[in-house]
Design a binder for this molecule. Sequence first.
Ligand SMILES: Nc1ncnc2c1ncn2[C@@H]1O[C@H](COP(=O)(O)OP(=O)(O)OP(=O)(O)O)[C@@H](O)[C@H]1O
Ligand SMILES: [Mg+2]
Length: 171
Amino acid sequence: MQQAEAFITTRNEAETAHIGEVLGRILDRPLVVALQGELGAGKTVFVRGAARGLDVREQITSPTFVLQRIYHGRLPLYHFDFYRLSDDDDIIELGFEEYLPGEGVAFVEWPERLPEVLPPDQLEIIIERFYDESGEGRQLWFNPLGSTSAAMLALLLETLNWHSDGSLNIT
Ligand SMILES: Nc1ncnc2c1ncn2[C@@H]1O[C@H](COP(=O)(O)OP(=O)(O)OP(=O)(O)O)[C@@H](O)[C@H]1O
Ligand SMILES: [Mg+2]
């Protein structure tokens, strides 16, 4: 169990991507989104959805080996993956701060590997895999750490649609 301001349960990849897509659609200002979760949690799935919501036409591929990719949508989308960063990398030379935040929306996978480059106002999302009698699912925990991320999370929760049993409605 995590401590969080809000959580949403998803049952498949499409539902997680949908939440990302709605976030992408409502974004109208720069934001930093820190995506935590183990390998295969669904972080990149979430970013692909967000890219759709931001009208990015390019294919999103995992930036694990290049650390950063930039895409062009309604706002620029910066996709970071710090998984492969090791302690002896010269972080200053990487110059990530320029994008955190920059003119666009930054999604950072494995932010815990380089927390010092992230700004205080970030939307933290922790994706946790679980198994129950219905099979596999994901719990998405949302923690806005500043006023911009809090405003965006409030708008996201308002914009999503729900079934009467409280589950996510993506139709
Ligand atoms: N509810 C769900 N939400 C998201 N992905 C799901 C869900 N259920 C199953 N999956 C599967 O989990 C995998 C998530 O992969 P993804 O590449 O997004 O993980 P990741 O968190 O980015 O991992 P990595 O740290 O390796 O980059 C996909 O194969 C997807 O189909
Ligand atoms: Mg990934």
